[in-house]
Write a protein that binds this ligand. Structure first.
Ligand code: UD1
Length: 420
């Protein structure tokens, strides 16, 4: 087990480049199951979620190799269609294998997924949608047993625009005869990226990012090379870290319109943002103005994946801020930890009221999930004194070289082995 050790209070200066998006890479890796040939994914950071997904693919008999920073996946031959519980429990995205396995192998046995503990996270919409495509599905002993012999394109209306369900249906529809239409799909940029990747391999999908996605089934997908979009949540996290600590940092590989909700909130504070092409320069000094009210929502609303980091900023901004978490029931695990660092936060059910403090103080805190863990790192960077953060395996799921990047900007942060 490892932990971060941070000596807070340093301003951040310099330049940083955002890595490819974890939430785009993971469904695309599952999408590679559909491809009868080689998929080259360029510049893939070895997030621990990616490493776990590699193990899942290898267990299916798929060849996965690193060639420098590129990930080469070859699913020409697949020897089984089982995702066992031990592997599925390592990440939520294991459930993305269900749609592609059904479409390509006509059968799948996939254990219920694991992932960060931020709420119930059911997969009922994934299952009911695949049933609408004709899949026969039985849920038994922690596994989903699915048979896709008689799948046929169909119209699917999602009750809620679930990111994962939209991605699973797209992948199931790609090799399924006929036309599949998804009404009320998720519109996140990662959905469009999945569409673009699959189309680059010969799929016929259109409409990602709109209110209806149409998938025309094709017989086969072929080899392709693809680079995913930059990680908008990582970019947002660095932006917020600079806003909190003060300093001046240029963030490269930044797609402004993917972060519109964050940028419009930050514009209300006294933080200076200059965007030029795919770069953003953030400049901040002193405590920022309150960021007011944050309600998480589906894209293009304020992302739930930036709620904890935004709350860390609010905890040292001037005045009150109100947070409403609408996506996940238990996404406030960072709150008691921030309180240990002197944050003034009251919470009930899905609402938090934050009264900004002049200062946070270093403490021993524990990360309980990926984004909440990042919020603690940010609090540690700004706090007076020393902070140690345990549970950083959660942070490694979706941030690569975090401590090196922050140290390059002037932070005093080290990764250390945890000793009992
Ligand atoms: C994805 C992201 C995650 C992000 C989330 C919301 C990946 C790998 N993960 O997660 O980082 O926080 O989108 O932007 O891309 N729901 C159901 N039944 C279902 C599916 C979802 O009730 O079958 C509910 C969930 O419990 C949650 C809401 O729908 O309350 C949103 O979930 P969803 O959009 O599916 O998120 P994920 O795909 O799990």
């Amino acid at each position: 087990m490892q932990k971060f050790f941070i000596n807070g209070g340093k301003r951040l200066y310099g330049k940083i480049k955002v890595d490819c998006a974890k939430n785009a890479i993971l469904p695309i890796m599952a999408g590679a199951i559909l491809v009868n040939g080689e998929v080259i994914l360029e510049n893939v950071p070895p997030y621990s979620d990616v490493l776990n997904m590699i193990e899942i693919l290898k267990n299916l008999g798929i060849s996965v190799l690193w060639q420098e920073n590129n990930l080469i996946i070859n699913a020409r031959s697949i020897i089984n269609s089982i995702v066992p519980s031990l592997l599925a429990s390592t990440l939520r995205s294991s459930v993305f294998c269900l749609g592609p396995l059904l479409a390509r192998m006509k059968s799948a046995k996939v254990a219920y997924p694991g992932g960060c503990d931020i709420g119930l996270r059911p997969i009922d919409m994934h299952i009911s949608s695949l049933r609408l495509l004709g899949a026969k599905i039985v849920e038994k002993n922690g596994y989903i047993y699915a048979n896709g012999e008689n799948m046929q394109g169909s119209d699917i209306i999602l009750d809620f625009p679930s990111v994962g369900a939209t991605e699973n249906i797209i992948m199931a529809g790609v090799l399924t005869e006929g036309i599949t239409r998804i009404f009320n799909p998720a519109k996140e940029p990662e959905i469009e990226d999945l569409q673009n990747f699959l189309n680059s391999a010969g799929a016929k999908i259109e409409g990602a990012g709109t209110n209806m996605i149409t998938i025309e089934g094709v017989k086969k997908l072929c080899s392709t090379k693809y680079k995913t979009i930059p990680d908008r949540i990582t970019a947002g996290s660095y932006l917020l870290a600079v806003a909190m600590c003060g300093g001046e940092v240029e963030i490269d590989n930044f797609i402004a319109h993917h972060n519109h909700a964050l940028l419009s909130k930050l514009a209300q504070s006294a933080c200076q943002l200059d965007i030029e092409g795919d770069k953003i320069k953030v400049k901040a000094k002193g405590r920022l103005e309150s960021i007011g009210e944050i309600e998480t929502a589906v894209y293009p609303g304020f992302p739930t994946d930036l709620q904890p980091q935004m709350m860390a900023l609010a905890s040292i901004s001037k005045g009150y801020s109100l947070f409403v978490e609408n996506l996940f029931e238990s996404r406030f695990h960072h709150v008691p930890e921030l309180i240990k660092m002197n944050a003034d936060i009251r919470f009930k059910s899905k609402v938090c009221v934050v009264s900004g403090r002049e200062k946070l103080y270093g403490a021993e805190v524990n990360a309980h999930d990926l984004r909440g863990g990042m919020a603690l790192v940010m609090a540690g960077l700004v706090a007076e004194g020393y902070t140690t953060i345990s549970g950083i395996n959660f942070i490694d799921r979706g941030y690569y070289h975090l401590e090196e990047n922050l140290a390059m900007l002037g932070a005093d942060i080290k990764r250390m082995e945890e000793v009992d």
